[in-house]
Design a protein around this ligand. Structure first.
Ligand code: MG
Ligand code: MG
Length: 250
């Protein structure tokens, strides 16, 4: 599972090299699929419930499950790329939200706070805590900044199936829900809206968008519940290495 999770991060890093204004999400999808297959894995999302592509590419007010298309990315957009792979019988599933060119200060804050929500949620993924502790950590941080926490979509268990029990909501009450046990593998994935929490499904049957049309951010890691700590299987390090290099060049 670690190998699968790490391959997702390396795939998103390979894609990140090409993320800039003028590029289409379909071009990015192509890069991701080739990279995954070149590394002995298969895309985890393509064909899953008839989803047509390797990446879920969700721009601005799109929260998750966006279908890659020919539209060009614009300066000031944000883009959540969610990627899954299946390798050696196990899934990896991780997501990162990218700023395209220069984004507004409020969007920078949304990205920063959403990532902090993920870190705070992960800190709860230890033996003896409960599912509600994870959600509470995420929700309280997001709402302290005035952001909306999406209710309709949640994190999940991960393994031989892409979505396993238990559900891992990004909202909750401390001490509530199932108790976390040693070795549980969870995909934790805050979806945080700049404005209201409400979302709706688009006519394409996939894309989830905010009702108020304001932007939404999404970060996802795969973790193992351990005694006294959370073992993170996926990694943003390769992605952030690429982002750092591209900032240095420009
Ligand atoms: Mg995902
Ligand atoms: Mg997931």
């Amino acid at each position: 599972m670690r190998e699968s999770a790490l391959l997702v991060g390396r795939t998103l890093a390979a894609v990140a090299e090409y993320i800039r204004p003028g590029v289409s999400t379909l071009a990015l999808d192509d890069i991701a699929e080739t990279f995954i297959r070149d590394h002995g894995a298969v895309p985890g999302f393509k064909g899953y419930g008839d989803f047509p592509n390797t990446l879920c590419a969700s721009k601005n007010a799109q929260v998750v499950h966006g279908i890659p298309n020919h539209d060009e990315l614009l300066d000031g957009d944000i883009l959540s790329l969610d990627c899954g792979v299946l390798m050696n019988g196990f899934y990896g599933d991780s997501a990162y939200t990218f700023a395209i060119g220069e984004v507004s200060n409020e969007i920078k804050k949304l990205l920063k706070v959403t990532k902090e929500c993920l870190d705070l949620a992960l800190a709860q993924c230890v033996v003896g805590k409960r599912i509600g502790d994870i959600g509470y950590a995420c929700q309280s941080h997001a709402e302290a900044h005035g952001f909306g926490v999406v209710r309709e979509l949640v994190g999940h268990g991960l393994g031989k199936e892409l979505h396993e029990a238990p559900e891992v909501p990004n909202y909750g009450r401390r001490g509530n829900g199932a108790r976390l046990s040693e070795g549980m593998v969870l995909a934790v994935e805050p979806m945080i809206n700049l404005g209201k929490k409400e979302v709706v499904q688009s006519e394409d049957g996939w894309t989830i968008v905010t009702v108020d049309g304001r932007p939404s951010a999404h970060f996802e890691h795969d973790v193992v519940v351990r005694k006294g700590h959370c073992e993170v299987l996926s990694s943003f390090a390769p992605i952030e290495e690429v982002l750092k290099e591209s900032t240095e060049i420009s």
